[in-house]
Design a protein around this ligand. Structure first.
Ligand SMILES: [Fe+2]
Ligand SMILES: [Fe+2]
Length: 359
């Protein structure tokens, strides 16, 4: 994940950003306390107000960054992939988890995630946890290194802009592979594309609440160019390793959103306490009346990330060429009565399902 120095004062200029940029990469926090670094850059302006995140009013209004285009005949366009329903209890049960790296491929994937974070930490000089520990009791330092609504939002936007790439790359390559080899894909492509669709919905939701500036857009463009090609080559070489890598990244995403939820509950993000979820999110997740705040939204998004974590760890356990996708398979009677992979949160398995238990 990446992040930036936030636009706390409205239109931060590029001049001001550069020196702060390196510091604010606390971004990868999305990717973890551990990955808490990928980062990035600044310049996101809240849509509600040009001057700042004016979400503090009792009735925060959300502006239309990309309003739906009215046409003569179309009334509404529903998502082609309806989102599975989650209960509040299921979402609150989502936990931070880590799958032990057992095989050589696992270790390469975990190392890649760690290297990503380490490189970003070095490059940016950002050490949030270290700084917080070092300056314990120092109020000025605590304020300087504390995460704010703006910093989180910038990080979320950057993170989600790159999170939608792996599923699309994997789905595209499997699609081409199926046609090229004239073989069935066994249901993997849809789940992979649906994952990237879901990540894009996360991005669009956050964009309803903050408007990225030119600098951020440029960073996203650059990151996408590098990220897409790196994943493309990596997936051709070892799809299993890429699924495990994504599983570890999603572990970091769960950590980051858990942190944001905890910060709201602890009163550390007052601007988000009464912020309402945008309509696009209410429609997509079918958020029930009375549960449409920013915290509710983060619960849904964290639950999605936990599903990506499980799905990718599970796919990383399977025979990449021959096994069916367990998330769209129908099970034989004996197995159907046992816990098995599902698209919703009925039987969560944070570290993924083992092949022997489901295939
Ligand atoms: Fe996401
Ligand atoms: Fe995700």
């Amino acid at each position: 994940m990446i992040s930036t120095s936030a636009a706390t004062r409205g239109s931060v200029t590029l001049k001001r950003v550069s020196p702060q940029l390196l510091q604010s990469f606390n971004g990868l926090s999305t990717l973890s306390p551990s990955l808490s670094s990928l980062v990035v850059v600044q310049h996101i302006q809240p849509i509600t107000c040009r001057r700042n995140f004016s979400f503090t009013s009792t009735n925060p209004k959300i502006h239309e960054f990309f309003p739906q285009k009215e046409t003569e005949k179309v009334r509404k366009t529903e998502p082609a992939w309806p989102h599975p329903m989650y209960t509040e209890e299921q979402m609150r049960s989502v936990e931070v988890a880590h799958r032990e790296a057992k095989t050589y491929s696992d270790k390469v994937a975990l190392l890649a995630v760690k290297l990503l974070r380490w490189g970003l930490d070095i490059a940016t000089g950002y050490k949030h946890e270290h700084a917080a520990a070092k300056h314990k009791g120092d109020l000025a330092a605590a304020k300087k290194y504390a995460m704010t609504e703006e910093k989180y939002m910038i990080r979320n936007v950057f993170l989600e802009s790159v999170a939608g790439v792996p599923g699309m790359v994997a789905g595209m390559l499997r699609h081409l592979h199926s046609m090229r080899r004239m073989k069935r894909d066994n249901g993997w492509i849809e789940t992979l594309l649906e994952e990237s669709f879901n990540e894009r919905m996360h991005l669009l939701t956050f964009l309803k609440m903050s408007e990225p500036g030119l600098f951020m857009r440029t960073m996203v463009l650059g990151a996408q160019g590098v990220w897409f090609n790196a994943l493309f080559i990596a997936y051709l070489m070892s799809p299993r390793t890429v699924h495990r890598f994504v599983g570890y990244l999603e572990e970091e995403a769960v950590i980051t959103y858990t942190r944001q939820i905890n910060d709201i509950e602890a009163g550390r993000l007052p601007k988000w306490e009464k912020l309402e979820a945008p309509q696009i999110a209410i429609d997509y997740w079918k958020m029930p009346e009375g549960n449409r705040t920013m915290k509710d939204l983060l619960l849904y998004i964290r639950a999605d990330e936990s599903k990506h974590r499980e799905v990718n760890h599970t796919l990383g356990n399977l025979d990449q060429k021959n096994d069916p996708n367990p998330y769209v398979s129908e099970y034989k009677l004996s197995q159907a009565q046992q816990p098995h992979p599902t698209k919703d949160l009925a039987f969560p398995r944070p570290v993924g399902w083992e092949r022997k238990d489901i295939i």
